[in-house]
Design a binder for this molecule. Sequence first.
Ligand code: WT7
Length: 675
Amino acid sequence: MTTESVSARELVYRRLQPNAHVPDLETYKRMHRESVENPEGFWGEIAKGFYWNTPPTGAILDYNFDVTKGKVYVNFMKGATTNICYNLLDRKKQESDWEEKIAYYWEGNEPHDCSTITYSQLLKEVCKFANVLRSLGVQRGDRVAIYLPVIPEMIYSMLACARIGAVHSVVFAGFSAESLCDRILDSQCMLLVTADGFYRGEKLIQLKQIADDALEKCKRKKGFVMKKCIVVHHLGNKLRSGQEQAHCKVLPLLCNPDIDVCWDVLMKGASEQCEPEWVDAEHPLFILYTSGSTGKPKGVLHTVAGYLIYTAISFKYVFDYHADDVYWCTADIGWITGHSYVIYGPLTNGATSIIFEGLLVYPHMGRLYEMIEKYKVTKLYTAPTVIRMLMKFGEEPVRKFNLKSLKILGCAGEPINPEAWTWYYNVIGDGQCPIMDTFWQTETGGPMITPLPAAIPLKPGSATFPFFGVLPAILNEHGEELQGEAEGYLVFKQPWPSILRTIYGDDERFEMTYFKQFPGFYLTGDRCRRDGDGYYWITGRIDDMLNVSGHLLSSTEVESALAEHSAVAEVAVVSHPHPVKGECVYCFVTLKDGMELTQSISDELKNKVREKIGPIATPDFIQNAPGLPKTRSGKIMRRILRHIACNEKELGDISTLIDPAVVEVLFSQRCQAAA
Ligand code: WT7
């Protein structure tokens, strides 16, 4: 870091201080200390800002993290009853600007296709749909599957479930029929909400057809209790010319007359008044599936009160929310980031957000920037993979738009390499906006390790310090807690309000996955380093570690070094068996447009790694990768890359990849010298 950049960053965060909820490091430290030393007092005080139909009767936080002492459990605000939808939508009704305040700007795949939803409209639609659900026999505790594109009906459906105490299980609209079927069966959903279809860029996705396939697959299996399938007619006259063929398939929307029902027809007669169902603080709110190491997805279960409070206050502090903000989290609602920071966190705070159906590079590379300018976005939350993709197209598309409204930037989901961090900071943020690199998981509900914009000086690539209520520790493989500068397993020593309560239907797997290896700690599955200043650096998943000649290396660390080379757009590193070293480093490198992987670039890349990490980490193999196998959330599937590196054609399930075709291309270009 140069001296100028340090002082520039200093200015950036000073600029935010006068108005910030946490104005400086001292305040952060004081609040954090209180939150972990006296969680009862800390959360008890925050809970006063929400609506409780019955106040808590017992301890605010009651738990057991130690499997050797009995079942693992967490109770937050025991005895209290509430309704999360009421807290989001009805609680602020009295405020003067509530009626007309915009909750969402919705923008469709095509730039001209957009609408706005005010808080009062949102409440009405949610109440109507809640009444629809009740009329179809959905009761508290029942599971409802939601398989929709990013359209307002997605939000109405989720909040309607919450209003009547039903449990939503959103399945990302990019998942296959097979995946949808597995998820419906695993949590015995009695109702499905879906849509005819939607466009992603040029591509028409016929969602209803996939949903029908899924239901067909489910039918004869254990756990099938589906009563109704509600279909949103979203495509309307959006079908393009030349798509008549597809049109014909989409039109017979309600082709299974015994279960299919039309959203519009149901909503027409529904009342706009709907009494919320008052539920226990620990009542289940939603299930969201996330991949597990065994291949069977885990149904992560979150509960009402803890999730409400944690998403609300993390949104407020991490993005330093103010009433005039326009907030944009680019994540699909089908992921935890969408649940927490498109819906629950922003709405509880009364924020105005953007929801976007389309692709960030359609119809042109500058769509993200165009929308920032159009809506005057002040806070932007996205993923490192998005930033790296945009980097490939360079600065020119950015310069065409005015991004001066931006104040704070965020990212989540994977480690951000310093090169992408710096590009995000300098090019998108114009050196004016601090970057919140937030570390968390589907299981945690909200950020665990995260900067706060005006309080915590940044180090590119570090998620910095724990959020309120979070007490991290670093353990060695014997489960001993390491002090000071250290590297090892990242664990949490006590619960925070929005920790998952179980894996749906499988308490045993819940305990096995998170609590068995180190009793008394929640195991994240990530490795982490704490530096001399106490900053936390996530160094990658436990299973993405490389062991070269007995030295543990993080694939992320090697990737960061390679990504610093100016020719590199994206890179993934995996371990490869080696006769002498045990494992060696195999790299898949995507170069920027127009570049070619020559011998000299290959040598330069090896030198970069030698320089940044040391000779031990020098790659043995560097392969050209026109694309990388990614899940729909943008995660690179290193498991597949390990197979490719070894020329093993048995890949197992690759149905979760965005583009399975990339696998063949990578096989054809693999380094022949690798065994
Ligand atoms: C895993 C969780 C952020 C929620 C959406 C993803 C990795 C997440 C970071 C970060 C380094 C990160 C971890 C974690 N991860 N955020 N800021 N820096 N790594 O949720 O799909 O459950 O994935 O993503 O490995 O365990 P998820």
